[in-house]
Write a protein of this length. Structure first.
Lengths: 295, 309
């Protein structure tokens, strides 16, 4: 898990500029949500590129047809990375961007885990290891109706400790749900520890293969890589596909990157402004606030 | 059209009527043998994966299906509890959970298989309907209404033959009052209705009048039937194959508190102990829940009251 590629705007292909700009705005929103109570910023920054890519180039979803039965589904199973989802959905017109300012307010429902009252959020999560199962049900119904739509489930790598994930992997393979795609945000860190130090997951692709899935590995911060990994699905007809997206927790802000103590963070307004400056190429932010232990 | 003869036939009839019906199981096929052929892809056996089954049921319900989810009651309600509470209960999806061999029906399997806390855990979930049919006829009669309801539901499965002549058609949230006498009020649910009826007859022969109430639905509960049974009674008896806490005894206690009633209540149940694993008739006697033992325990309670007076 060392020497992960650190790519941002400078490495982007010309066609990727819009996505890079969008991902930067999404990251800025995530950083702003660390003020006034905080959020799971590390996980959010790690999957920001993934979500931006999926919503921009992969998913067949339309903010004006949220209940279209032919739409693709994205389920955020690990859940605490939801600031990146809120920000992506808001930027893409699922709801007004100003609503992000309601983060943690009792007058709205923009809180630390996803819920269906936010337009574009398909299902709630927060308890790990649930949404691959829910995705199986959605995929079963799509097949019953002869639909062509697909179900993408974003999982955290720490989440893979949950036995229900592997139970669902067995069932998805048994049911031959090749329109089901699991994307693992493989940032190498769970709440407090490196995954490989606590409950090692490697060789992860081999595990998915052994459970009857096909598996691709990709740099989860490379839009070109994601284009390739998410093209031509299913990778093997009759099998569900796992995409192991190698990512960096806190990606895009050096002061937060790859740190176990920056999973959940609550910063002062001054610190947030420093982090936003750092995101846009400024000096490293000085952070007096400690990371919060929430697990 | 005559009523379906079995649970399986009832599900087939419902599936023919309703495109939304899907039946799922975690490889508990004993009473579903004909469904794979009859339902085709609308029958989904996930294998021994209760958590995934319940999560997938929620996913199917999100897409407009009404899944009937059939599995062993303990593993369904306990192993998959958090999936039921989180994926079905929080969004209030119309997933119909059917617990096989609940209460004493697991016979000699031992405590791992004893769903004697299932009512307690299921009724703790907001919006969850809890049904405890007394016999197969009642289950088959209730199924179309249970499936038609848009609420999540838990059903204690039974294939028992009827122990009484039912006097009231099934309706969600309505108890069936089988006898209306004032004296001892016995409230019960599920196959123990047979033992309650035996006890009623034995007590009647000793001159003790009994009001017998078949609860049928424990959530939403028929509060009026409970209050009507409690008000005139010298002794209220709750009879159930469940732990003392969290089931009908608790429901009656809550209802009495809310209505300012303080009756004398005898809880005939499993207390806080798993039951002795054995064949059903032997378990009933051993646990003091057979009709004969129930009548004796009620007479005892009445005598002690008189002795204390």
């Amino acid at each position: 898990m060392n020497a992960l590629p650190v790519l941002l705007a400078e490495a982007a292909a010309p066609g990727d500029q819009d996505l890079v700009a969008l991902a930067l705005r999404v990251r800025e929103h995530c950083l702003r949500m660390t003020a006034g109570g905080g959020c799971f910023v590390g996980a959010s920054l790690s999957c920001a590129d993934l979500l931006v890519h999926l919503y921009s180039r992969v998913l067949n979803v339309d903010p004006d047809a949220l209940s279209d039965p032919g739409r693709d589904y994205l389920l955020l199973s690990k859940g605490h990375d939801v600031p990146a989802l809120y920000a992506t959905l808001a930027e893409l017109g699922f709801f007004p961007i100003e609503r992000l300012g309601n983060h943690l307010k009792t007058t709205d429902s923009i809180y630390w885990h996803p819920n269906r009252s936010v337009p574009g959020v398909e299902f709630h999560s927060g308890s790990l290891g649930h949404l691959l199962a829910v995705g199986i049900g959605i995929a079963l119904d799509i097949r019953l109706r002869g639909g062509r739509n697909r179900v993408f489930v974003v999982l955290g790598d720490g989440e893979l400790d949950e036995g229900s994930v592997w139970e669902s992997c067995l069932v998805a393979a048994a049911q031959r749900l090749d329109h089901l795609v699991a994307i693992v945000d493989r940032n190498g860190l769970q709440a407090n520890c490196r995954t490989e130090d606590l409950v090692p997951l490697e060789p992860l692709p081999a595990k998915f293969h052994a459970f009857g899935w096909s598996c691709r590995t990709v740099d989860g911060h490379s839009f070109a890589g994601l284009d390739e990994a998410l093209a031509g699905l299913p990778a093997v007809p009759g099998r569900p596909t796992a995409i192991v997206a190698r990512t960096v927790r806190g990606k895009g802000v050096k002061s937060l990157e790859d740190r176990a103590d920056r999973w959940f963070a609550s910063f002062t307004d001054r610190e947030v402004e420093a982090l936003v400056r750092e995101l846009h190429g400024g000096e490293p932010a000085f952070l007096a606030s400690e990371g919060k232990v929430v697990r | 059209m005559s009523a379906p003869a079995t649970y399986e036939h009832a599900l087939m009839a419902l599936a023919a009527e309703r495109d939304d019906l899907v039946v799922m199981t975690a490889e508990n096929r004993a009473h579903l043998r004909g469904l794979p052929e009859a339902l085709g892809p609308r029958f989904v056996d996930v294998g021994i994966c209760e958590q995934t089954m319940v999560g997938a049921a929620a996913g199917l319900a999100l897409r407009g299906r009404t899944p009937v989810v059939h599995a062993l009651a303990t593993f369904l309600t306990l192993r998959a509890f958090e999936f039921i509470r989180t994926d079905v209960g929080i969004p209030g999806l119309p997933v119909k959970l059917v617990g096989f061999v609940p209460g004493l029906l697991s016979e000699a399997n031992g405590p791992t298989h004893q769903a004697v806390d299932d009512v307690a855990v299921m009724r703790a979930i907001p919006g969850m309907q809890v049904f405890c049919p007394a016999d197969l006829g009642e289950l088959v009669e209730a199924l179309p209404q249970i499936v038609a309801s848009r609420a999540p539901a838990y059903v204690r499965y039974t294939a028992a033959v009827p122990a009484v002549d039912h006097v009231l058609p099934f309706a969600i949230g309505k108890a069936e009052v089988l006898t209306h006498e004032e004296g001892v009020s016995i409230l019960t649910y599920g196959p123990l209705l047979r033992e309650a009826e035996r006890a009623r007859q034995a007590l009647a022969s000793r001159g003790v009048p009994v009001r017998l109430v078949n609860m049928r639905t424990l959530a939403p509960v028929d509060e009026e039937a409970i209050v009507d049974a409690v008000r005139p009674a010298e002794l209220v008896v709750t009879l159930e194959d469940h732990f003392h806490r969290g089931g009908l005894h608790t429901i009656v206690a809550e209802t009495c508190l809310e209505h300012g009633l303080a009756p004398r209540v005898l809880g005939l149940d499993l207390g806080s102990c798993f039951f002795k694993p054995a064949l059903h008739a032997d378990v009933l006697r051993h646990e003091g829940l057979s009709g004969e033992r129930v009548a004796e325990r009620i007479l005892d309670a009445l005598c002690h009251r008189e002795a204390n007076a």
